[in-house]
Structure formats: C-alpha cells, structure tokens
Design a protein around this ligand. Structure first.
Ligand SMILES: [Zn+2]
Length: 171
C-alpha cells in the first residue's frame, strides 16, 4: 500500500511548516511565515455514464489508485479546460467513443486517496458513436448489467449511476 499524504504540511508558497487557524468557523491551514491562510479546495474530476440495455459502461483501471477495479470512464480536468470538454476527451481516451450528446447530472464530493477532496462532475451520455475500445488508463471497457455489477473503484461512481437511473427513469 502506497502511503498517502492528503494534507499539506508545508506552505506551497514559501515551504514553511503549516500551522492552523480558524476562519469563519472552519479550521484552515495557516503559514506563519507569509501570514497566509492555505485553503484546501477540491480537485474536479469528470465522469461519464452511458446506459444501454439495462447495462452501464465501465472501464477497468490500469493504474493506481484502485488499479484493476472498475470505474466509470473518468479523469481530471486540464488547466483551462471546461468540464464537458474534459468528459468528451476522457471518454475518447478511455473508451474510443465520440460523444455526441450529454448532459450534466450532478456533482458529488468524494474523499480522495491522493487529494483531500475530489469533486466528481457527472454527465449522462445519451448519444455517441464509434467502436468501444479501451485506451489510455483503461485496460478493458465493457457494459455490465445492473444486477451484475463489479465492485467499483470509487463508491461515488456507483452513486452517480444510481442518480442517472433514477433521474432518467431507466429503472
Ligand atoms: Zn508561506
């Protein structure tokens, strides 16, 4: 198991050890040296949900964290990239599908393994083209029937699938 340091211990600006301070009722990291409050913001991640014939498209992760577990096609947003563009890019990279129509569903906060908090921005994809083929961080890509789902790499991905099914009345 890789050891994971979620909370920063040193100031990202000057390298001084961080203390803490209460700001507006919340405990925050504080750098005594630059007199700066260090805010810990969530890292946004996009995830795409495709439902077909009572099945959901999942990819097998080829990298850590949670290597060999199944997840929704998902990934980090690049600098200056918007969420929808990131989702379309990640879907292409991990599944080879070209997304034609998708809509934002909801966002869910998840405790990260590498980051303190990750914000999963979920999309329901209703139109797409292309041959399903795993790529990039994904070693397999396939549809799983709802009554035969594998263990998810990230529990909130499963929650997102359930939200899509409920919202779209697909169950
Ligand atoms: Zn500092």
């Amino acid at each position: 198991m890789v050891s994971i340091e979620r909370d920063a211990k040193f100031c990202p600006y000057c390298g001084h050890s961080l203390g803490s301070v209460v700001v507006e009722g919340k405990q925050r990291s504080y750098c005594e040296s630059c007199k700066r409050v260090i805010y810990d913001n969530p890292v946004p991640v996009v995830a795409g949900v495709i439902i077909k014939d009572n099945g959901v498209l999942l990819v097998k992760r080829g990298i850590e964290p949670r290597k060999d577990y199944w997840s929704l096609p998902s990934g980090f947003i690049d600098t200056m990239e918007d969420a929808e563009t990131a989702m379309i890019r990640e879907m292409k990279e991990e599944t080879n599908l070209d997304i034609k129509k998708a809509r934002y569903i909801t966002s869910i906060a998840q405790r990260g393994m590498r980051y303190n908090s990750v914000l999963i921005i979920g999309f329901h994809i209703t139109e797409y083209k292309g041959e399903l083929e795993p790529g990039d961080d994904a070693v397999e890509a396939k549809f799983f029937k709802m009554d035969n789902l594998p263990e998810f790499a990230f529990s909130k991905h499963y929650e997102l699938v359930k939200i899509v099914l409920k919202k779209e009345k697909l169950l």
